[in-house]
Design a binder for this molecule. Structure first.
Ligand code: OAD
Length: 255
């Protein structure tokens, strides 16, 4: 007798997660760059991740911007151009549908690409800001905290604050910067849930990575959906190592 081996070994844990979701009132999904990978947005730490080609401290810190704003803007202009041609994939679509059907099912993202918003996700918390928003580098008194600018390419390679005409910067959170306290509070509130899923995140950047631990400590059933194991894998109730866009679509078909 031969044992029948499933072509998709992640089927059993997917079924287990789907069963948990069927009985869950409150669900929180924390997403990372891997959820946008199938849309063509480069990840940071995956196989072709950005931090394998570039040093974060040269491009994603206030020190880097102070030293060479043109270099940092060149990099963000390139990322904006890349993201502008990307469309939401099945992972974004499924998560958006959940937030419409079930208001207590929520998404918290580390992604700055806005693909969750473009898919129509309700009540999204964006922990790291948006690449489509700018803010005044010197935080002049008259400028709003941030403003929308979706132009690609940007007409001025070094965008200006419309109020003080000084330099503008991408309104994203750089390494070493604090997150918006309102976003942190909302994300923290969402760790009170029945099921917490971390999808497409390497789970190494805090405070986002701490949300999974907080949800577990508060009694949530926890799951990871990621192409490969992460530091979070050993602590979750279910670890599914497969593409998020396939897994979430499969779960949706089981709900
Ligand atoms: P990372 O690039 O660190 O991790 C993405 C994870 O997604 C990796 O573990 C990949 O294996 C996995 N992955 C790739 N494709 C996938 C797919 N189709 N399905 C499921 N998983 C897939 O991205 P984040 O965890 O989001 O912060 O990174 C967190 C933060 O670090 C980012 O927001 C950014 C970055 O530096 C700042 O810039 C402040």
């Amino acid at each position: 007798m031969t044992e029948r081996v499933s072509a998709r070994p992640w089927q059993a844990p997917v079924r287990e997660l789907a069963a948990r979701l069927r009985g869950a009132a409150r669900v929180t999904v924390l997403t990372g760059a891997g959820v946008s990978a199938a849309s063509g947005v480069p990840t940071f730490r995956g196989a072709d991740g950005l931090w394998r080609q570039y040093r974060a401290e040269d491009l994603a810190t206030t020190q880097a911007f102070a030293r060479d704003p043109r270099l940092v803007w060149d990099w963000y202009a390139w990322r904006r151009e890349t993201i502008a041609s990307c469309r939401p994939n099945a992972a974004h679509e499924v998560l958006a549908a959940w937030t419409h059907r079930r208001p207590e099912w929520r998404v918290v993202t580390q992604n700055v690409d806005d693909l969750h918003q473009r898919a129509g996700t309700r009540a999204l918390v964006r922990l790291h800001g948006s690449i489509w928003e700018l803010s005044c580098w010197s935080r002049c008194a008259t400028s709003p905290a941030r403003w929308r600018d979706e132009r690609v390419p940007l007409p001025d390679p070094l965008p200006r604050c419309p109020h003080c005409l000084g330099l503008a910067r991408p309104a994203v959170v750089w390494f070493g910067e604090p997150l918006d306290p309102a976003d942190v509070r909302q994300a923290g509130d969402r760790t009170v849930c029945d099921v917490f899923i971390a999808a497409g995140t390497s789970a190494v950047v805090y405070p986002a990575a701490g949300l999974l631990e907080a949800a577990r400590a508060r009694g949530a059933f926890t799951a990871e959906v990621n192409l490969e194991p992460t530091p979070a894998s050993s602590g979750v109730d279910v670890a599914i190592h497969a593409p998020a866009e396939e897994v979430l679509a499969e779960i949706e078909s089981m709900l």
